[in-house]
Ligand binder design. Structure first.
Ligand SMILES: Cc1cc2nc3c(=O)[nH]c(=O)nc-3n(C[C@H](O)[C@H](O)[C@H](O)COP(=O)(O)OP(=O)(O)OC[C@H]3O[C@@H](n4cnc5c(N)ncnc54)[C@H](O)[C@@H]3O)c2cc1C
Length: 239
């Protein structure tokens, strides 16, 4: 049985046209323990049917001895859950939401002694932000970390300044962006060309993918075609 808890929204900050960062305080707890990469599941007051009410969100913050969780959520036009979460009347600072978790096995790997490629689109960056911040804050040893983030335009890049600063501070943490809909002085196109050109062709490299089905399906196909083993490919599918 899952334990349901209550969290109160303490801050909502729009960060792109369609995306906001939500901060929640878990009530009746002074700390919330989780493994970077895990998610929580809300039971939102949006439907009579329980299955339609359950909506999951990766925790974008890292464990740091507090009862505050950060989520980064994109609004889907016509989406039942996100229409509610982005409704300023129904969902605002002070609103209490029922949730269960943290849950999930898409976790910070225990063994970071080989190069890791974290590949994501949009809000799929959330679990990787949690992992990278935790590695940094806790001085966890690693071989090489590569974050490959794909989105449409410069204005859609999430946590850009912070990730750029971390990539300068942390040895062997490389941060790459691919923009599919805007010319800029960085890479143009999708994430696929980036990992294809950057990742070494060997057995030890590990890939972690997070985001929506089109990116995940294509990346898995491309990585298998490059002769990586299925055991090297881990993913969290948002929908
Ligand atoms: C483990 C897990 C973690 C997740 N973490 C996050 C997170 O951190 N941030 C976040 O924003 N979402 C996350 N999601 C997705 C989230 O749970 C919802 O599915 C999402 O918010 C849409 O819900 P909705 O009720 O608004 O839309 P729905 O009414 O459920 O769906 C509307 C339709 O749009 C499709 N759709 C939804 N989003 C997209 C998209 N971006 N691109 C293309 N098609 C889409 C759906 O497949 C569906 O057909 C996560 C999902 C899972 C399973």
């Amino acid at each position: 049985m899952f334990n349901w808890q209550t969290a109160k929204i303490i801050d909502i900050q729009p960060v792109t046209e369609q995306t906001s960062i939500f901060k929640l305080e878990v009530l009746a707890a002074t700390t919330i323990n989780f493994i970077p990469g895990q998610f929580i599941t809300f039971d939102l007051p949006i439907s009579e049917k329980k299955t339609q009410r359950l909506k999951s969100y990766s925790i974008a913050s890292h464990p740091h001895e507090s009862n505050i969780l950060e989520l980064v959520i994109v609004k889907i036009d016509g989406g039942l859950g996100t229409e509610f979460l982005f409704d300023k009347e129904k969902c605002k600072v002070g609103t209490e939401l029922k949730f269960r978790g943290p849950l999930g096995v898409f976790n910070l790997p225990k063994d970071l002694s080989m190069p890791h490629y974290f590949i994501c689109t949009g809000t799929g960056v959330a679990p990787f932000r949690s992992m990278i911040k935790y590695i940094h804050a806790s001085n966890i040893p690693y071989n090489e970390l590569n974050l490959i983030f794909g989105t449409r335009t410069k204005a859609d890049i999430l946590y850009h300044d912070e990730l750029q600063a971390l990539s300068q501070e942390m040895d062997n943490f490389n941060y790459h962006i691919a923009l599919s809909r805007e010319e800029w002085n960085g890479k143009k196109g999708y994430v696929h060309a980036l990992y294809q050109s950057l990742a070494p062709r060997n057995e030890s490299v590990q890939f972690m993918l997070c985001g929506w089905r089109p990116m995940i399906d294509q990346a898995r196909k491309e990585l298998i075609a490059l002769n990586y083993d299925k055991k090297q490919i881990h993913f969290e599918l948002y929908g």
